[in-house]
Write a protein that binds this ligand. Structure first.
Ligand code: NOJ
Length: 746
């Protein structure tokens, strides 16, 4: 169907330039419409579509002070903007785009990573829920709020696998595992894109950062990556492929170089793999300034060469480096860049603009009334609470200290996070004028669940990250006069995130000293750990009886924590990332190779692959998390122990809730290929199911294993499976499984 704006566009151009526009009747498919717009475009207008600038609503990268963006929009020199939020602002800029010769609408992109107005838990926390429908719903709501305020495109999900908790951006992803990461990538893409591009409540998703950004050497952000092609395919690429299979509209490349070639200029990644082999039809945006940063990498000499390398490699849109807008036209004129490359990139971008319905109505996402209604939808708050409760991981609970019993009448609430407001939101969150009333503090969440006659002492005790111990005395006094102490400690909101790598991931400041001082009072302590990454808190882990990993839970943090502490919600989260004992163990992950000299016994380290000063095992393993109840696993039942060819192995396990609380359990299935033509990890997650069991209830969980689950990348990077012995493991965490052997023949 010919659209109004599109028809107008044709008429305007017809009048102005006498260019013959493809008629309404003939332009049926989006591809045809795109082609007809392309025919109308000058080289400069085409290059304009490939250019993206940041606005000033928020700053998410180094700021370039330059010319007048508004006049560039009017000249058609800009295809997209980021960091413009709100219908008012997006409308104003879109109106400028409507003054350009071809009136091609702008795309507005934004880092809507875990919510916009309603802040959900950080993505790593959500991953701890292992609850795919809940994660999808969180992305769905984020998309609704974003789309209602003029945003067309979120730079999410971040699907980088991360095995190094020093890297600050682990907070933004789904952790260390490619299987879980792929499932979550799919859920998030489905959530953001809803019923498909063009729906008024859907935004384009963006799988980032392509690729292997999470493997930055030393966990230092933006650092180099060097890895085998096998590792790339096996561990780092699967979540990207999953996002693509879920229909993700865009990809973002990454800051790192991969095996010596910056991802932005990496032709293998973007053209050969993504666009040719995977047949990706959307477009690739560079990361902020990453086209120009290829100069600092030492890959190109100047911005002109950078533009050539990036467009040749398949980076379609230049975020913030200005290399395309400044050099592509000349590169074309000097026959350095063929027009087909430019046309291909423009086509991809225009296609998305058509699919989003922007040629029908460039202002369709800019409706002030809708923005107000959607932003105040009470269902969003309820979903944020549900997601936050599900994201919490119970790490330790000695003598069933939790849930808090009714006999507790005097409580001491201590720590720099107790009354904190925005620190609950974590990195990649936005600040709103009503934050102090909409964000539920942990103090409020706890106090409102205590009996009316309870006595509450509050003491901040210390700050998050300094050497001031002036508050210790008051905190100790508060603890001494309490039946129970709850301490809320951890990392400030800006200590994990982009450019927030830490060489030490211990509790900052004097927090550990305060925990020791409070513990010395002899009072039972519950420790809440607020963080954007796995932290190291060995002393507390060894001495404090109850520890709850709360991550950064978002707007509803206080109520979610309150519900868990008082047993209104039985914690069900499982760690999506390994918690090390020491930074010296990093990188640390559960799916490691056995080596030729595995350390089988931590007491016998004679010439084995081990550290002489600490065990190989982590402090808390991948997949680990406690419940207030106890789940008993019966021995697994296998349909066969010898299988052939394309048979299916059925694995059944009966799980019984033996405690007195209803609860959820994540039943995990791992496989190991014992001998293969390339060595295989000691275990790999291949399935999981989150089940709810009433107290006393038993459920049977069934997994179907197929030969596809046995596949791996061999020496020539083919995805194959080889017959032989396999271990099938089922259990409650990666470190607590029952193992059975099977033989799978050709
Ligand atoms: C740089 C980050 O790496 C990327 O993830 C983000 O989307 C852009 N900045 C835009 O803010």
């Amino acid at each position: 169907m010919q659209t109004n704006h599109f028809r107008n566009l044709c008429l305007v151009v017809l009048a102005a330039t006498q260019v013959v526009c493809v008629s309404a009747q003939k332009t049926k498919t989006i591809a045809q419409k795109v082609d007809s717009v392309l025919q109308l475009m000058t080289l400069e207008e085409k290059i304009g579509q490939l250019n993206q600038y940041s606005g000033d609503w928020s700053h998410t990268g180094p700021i370039t002070k330059d010319g007048d963006k508004q006049s560039q929009i009017k000249k058609g020199q800009l295809g997209s903007m980021l960091n413009i939020v709100g219908v008012e602002h997006t409308r104003t800029l879109q109106e400028l785009a409507m003054q350009s010769r071809l009136k091609i609408p702008l795309l507005f992109g934004q880092d809507v990573i875990h919510g916009l107005k309603t802040t959900f838990p950080i993505p790593l926390a959500e991953a701890a829920s292992w609850d795919l429908p809940a994660i999808e719903r969180s992305a769905r709501i984020a998309a609704k709020e974003a789309a209602a305020s003029g945003i067309h495109w979120t730079f999410a999900p971040m699907v980088d696998i991360a095995r190094d908790p020093r890297w600050g951006r682990v907070m933004e992803g789904a952790g260390e595992d490619p299987y879980l990461g792929s499932a979550i990538a799919k859920a998030r893409v489905k959530g953001f894109q809803g019923n498909g591009l063009g729906s008024l409540d859907a935004v384009m998703a963006c799988a980032k950062h392509f690729a292997a950004y999470g493997a930055a050497v030393g966990g230092r952000d933006y650092n180099s990556v060097d890895m085998s092609e096998r590792l790339l395919h096996e561990v780092y690429l699967p979540p990207f492929k999953a996002a693509l299979d879920a229909g993700v509209a865009t990809f973002m490349n990454s800051f790192n170089d991969l095996n010596g070639v910056p991802a932005t200029g990496n032709r293998y990644l973007q053209r050969t793999l993504l666009k040719e082999r995977w047949k990706f039809k959307g477009f690739v945006v560079s990361d902020w300034g990453s086209v120009g940063e290829m100069i600092a990498h030492g890959y190109v000499q100047d911005n002109r060469e950078a533009a050539k390398a990036a467009i040749t490699a398949g980076s379609d849109m230049d975020m913030e480096s200005r290399s395309y807008i400044q050099h592509l036209a000349d590169l074309f004129k000097q026959k350095q860049v063929p027009i087909v490359l430019v046309d291909d990139a423009v086509r991809r971008i225009l296609t998305k603009k058509f699919e989003m319905g922007l040629f029908d109505d460039p202002f369709r996402f800019s409706n002030a009334q809708r923005e107000k209604i959607v932003w105040n939808d009470p269902a969003h708050k309820a979903a944020a609470l549900d997601m936050a409760r599900k994201s919490i991981v119970l790490l330790k609970n000695e003598q069933a200290l939790l849930p808090i019993q009714a006999s507790v009448k005097k409580v001491a609430l201590i720590g720099p996070f107790m009354k904190a407001v925005r620190d609950n939101l974590g990195f990649w969150s936005y600040e709103w004028p009503d934050d102090s009333t909409t964000i539920v503090t942990q103090y409020d969440g706890i106090v409102r669940r205590l009996p009316k006659d309870a006595i509450v002492h509050y003491a901040k005790g210390c700050n998050i990250n300094d050497a001031d111990s002036a508050g210790f005395a008051a905190a100790i006094a508060a603890a001494k006069d309490a039946d129970l102490v709850i301490m809320s400690m951890g990392e400030a909101r800006d200590m994990s995130g982009e450019a927030k790598s830490r060489s030490s991931i211990q509790l900052p400041g004097l927090q550990e000293a305060l925990i020791k001082a409070i513990h010395a009072t002899g009072k039972p302590v519950v420790l809440l750990m607020n963080a954007g990454r796995p932290l190291i808190f060995n002393w507390a882990a060894d001495h404090v009886p109850a520890i709850v990993c709360t991550w950064w839970l978002g707007t509803q943090a206080g109520d979610a924590i309150g519900d868990v502490l008082f047993g209104q919600y039985n914690p069900s989260g499982k760690l999506p990332m390994t918690f090390p004992r020491s930074e010296g163990q990093i990188p640390i992950y559960y799916n490691y190779y056995n080596t030729g000299r595995p350390a089988k016994d931590e007491n016998n380290l004679f010439y084995v692959s081990a550290y002489i000063d600490l065990p190989n095992s982590p402090k808390f393993p991948f997949g680990y998390g406690l419940s207030y109840t106890h789940f008993q696993y019966a021995p697994m039942q296998l349909s066969d122990t010898v299988l052939k060819g394309n048979q299916t192995l059925t694995v059944k396990v009966r799980v019984r809730n033996e405690g007195k609380y209803d609860g959820e359990e994540v039943v995990q299935l791992y496989l190991r290929d014992v001998t293969a033509s390339v060595v295989r990890p000691v275990k790999e997650l291949k399935g999981f199911q989150k089940i709810f069991l009433k107290a006393g209830e038993t459920k049977e969980v069934v997994f179907q294993v197929k030969t596809d689950d046995l596949r791996f990348y061999n020496q020539t990077v083919q995805h194959i499976w080889e017959p032989g012995e396999f271990h099938v493991m089922v259990g409650t965490s990666s470190a607590q499984v029952e193992t059975r052997k099977i033989n799978w023949q050709q």
